[in-house]
Design a protein around this ligand. Structure first.
Ligand code: ADP
Ligand code: MG
Length: 238
């Protein structure tokens, strides 16, 4: 299970209110996409869900249990960033296994989990390489593999394909959709690419200046926007 609930979540940096009372329910197994202009608070919201940033007020809950005070490593949440954040001196295998090692898993458990993730992402031939010996697309697959290895309840993706060229973006997007079907996990995915949003999402959350402007299925937002902001954002040409 991996249902996420945000209740009146706010975030202020000093005197600046960045997230201004967000209510949201993401169902178990759902693919939820956050869109909105640069600076509207998408990354801040993901970082609070992951525990990388404190919540100023309100509640974050998984399967009905409050997690505000839970350390990031104990949240069963994995986050994939735009920058791959791999350790340059470690092999692909060790980058993927590190979180399990830290959590006290046995060598055999780590090997089984990393081999399984490598199989899902066709990383087998790359396991002994270091990040510098990989292309951008391969590095991002390793970052996704590292997330899978932890068998999280919830995956958070923060613009994971922004650094890839157009062809690779499409290929990786299709791969993420396949992983979502195979793993059945809840995924929250931030993007500024409308095609990604429209094709991946069960549900799109449009954010504007720290508030939810509208939530709905892609075609519902497209055909029946609540306001001009949503209409302009979802319907604007790329
Ligand atoms: P997005 O991901 O939607 O582009 P962010 O969540 O990164 O937006 O940022 C939302 C707002 O919060 C921006 O105005 C940004 O400058 C501000 N912000 C983000 N992190 C910090 C921080 N650590 N300190 C101060 N302001 C921040
Ligand atoms: Mg961001």
């Amino acid at each position: 299970m991996g249902a996420l609930t945000l209740s009146q979540v706010t975030k202020s940096f000093g005197r600046t209110d960045v997230i201004k009372g967000v209510d949201l329910a993401v169902e178990d197994g759902e693919f939820c996409v956050f869109v909105g202009p640069s600076g509207c608070g998408k990354s801040t919201l993901l970082r609070m869900i992951a525990g990388l940033e404190d919540v100023s007020s309100g509640e974050v809950a998984i399967d009905g249990a409050r997690i505000n005070e839970l350390a990031p490593a104990r949240r069963e949440i994995a986050m994939v960033f735009q920058s791959y954040a791999l350790y340059p001196h470690l092999t692909v295998r060790d980058n993927m296994g590190l979180a399990l090692k830290q959590a006290g898993s046995s060598r055999a458990q780590i090997a089984a989990a990393t081999d399984k993730a490598a199989g899902m992402l066709a990383l087998g031939p790359l396991m002994d390489r270091r990040p510098a010996e990989l292309s951008g697309g391969q590095r991002q697959r390793v970052a996704i593999g590292r997330a899978i290895v932890r068998t999280p309840k919830l995956f958070l993706f923060d613009e994971p394909l922004s650094n890839l060229d157009a062809a690779l973006r499409v290929a990786t997007r299709i791969e993420i959709a396949r992983l979502h079907r195979e793993l059945g996990a809840t995924m929250i995915y931030v993007t500024h690419d409308q095609v990604e949003a429209m094709t991946l999402a069960d549900k799109i959350v449009v954010l504007n200046a720290g508030r939810v402007a509208q939530v709905g299925a892609p075609m519902d937002l497209y055909n029946d926007p609540d306001n001009t902001f949503v209409a302009g954002f979802i319907g604007s040409p790329q």
